[in-house]
Design a protein around this ligand. Sequence first.
Ligand SMILES: Cc1ncc(COP(=O)(O)O)c(C=O)c1O
Length: 412
Amino acid sequence: MAHDEVRAAARALSIEYAIRDVVVPATALEAEGHEIIKLNIGDPIAYPGLPTPQHMVDAYVEAVQRGNNGYSPSYGLPALREAVAEEERSKGWPARPDDIYVCHGVTEALQLLFAAVLEEGDVVLAPGPHYPPYMAYPQMYGATTIEYRLDSNDGWKVDLADLEAKMSEHVRFVVLINPNNPTGNVATPDEVDAMLRIVKAWPQCMIIADEIYDGLDFTGHHVSVASRSSDVPVVTLNGVSKVFFAPGWRIGWFGLHDPSGTMGQVREALERLLRSRLCASTPAQHGYLAGLTGDRAWLGPYLERVQAQRQRCLDRIATIDGLEVEAPGGAFYMFIRLTDDAWANNDKQFVLDLLHEEHVLLVHGSGFSPDRGQGHVRLVYLADVAVLDEAFDRIERFLIRHRNGTKLEMDS
Ligand SMILES: Cc1ncc(COP(=O)(O)O)c(C=O)c1O
């Protein structure tokens, strides 16, 4: 007798993570012996030349060798909480060590925040487009993510009128990813203030300020959202992954800024959840601590390199028919518009065909927002200029070939 398949939960079966989903066909091509230029993942370590700073690696290794291999306190090592709080105070909000909670990356922080706050029928307002977990996770708790509009014709700025129109008593979090993934937009202080004014009218709503790319701001106008709030509760997110170049360590944190003293219950719920999942990796916390307390001179050359690569992408895109981009102000992403009719509503097919025909891997924009990402692709510009040039040569060749209706003779 045939056995029924064991059921999984529908909420998990519907989860998508576009950035890694496109790796499946790329891996199959690699198994056939093809070399793929992968510009899909926002992992600095995946691109040669941007290693984790040596003093951080040493601190991690020393922690392991010293025997710091036990569980740490659930909210994080006290010295690390103090160092993060000091860093945040320097950005302008009165963070105390007790306001900082260390997690396995911002991604775990999001799961904890949503688990702590969301109930059936609640709403998270996230920017469209956005980093995918903001869509994927809230539904696990019966909540819904609704996108507020980023303006694709104006640098992907927050459309404040759209945000305001979507506010209601069901909205529990308004998310600002700043600088944004995938668009690279950096909100101005005035825009942050305007968002705070909008959220202030809804006392059950908090702001999530995902500032994981804050050190990669090329506009000079990035501000910490918490530093601008004298009444609205703000949860700041950051960690070791992007600005300290160690995403595989899986260390991040959330910080609670509670200027009106309304977050007591939320804090308690979060602390209970944190204790129930024990702690974040102990040696990795030592590595991050070394990054926060050590010299930052290493960062200058890294940023120069990333900026030069950004400029090369802008220069190349400007000369290629079929591509346009709103110049990103921060992070390390280009969210490129596909202007040929064939691809304007077909970005996933573009990514798959480009991968198979030219062995360049990007991510389809619709993976970051079914509506607002359509007709775009995300490119990570952490690869060096020679690799980026080769990728753009191939993309240009691909666009011309498809515009002319010529078929590629595939060798496999
Ligand atoms: C906006 C944003 N937040 C969070 C993360 C992940 O952070 P972590 O590595 O700390 O989980 C990413 C990774 O790409 C991201 O783009």
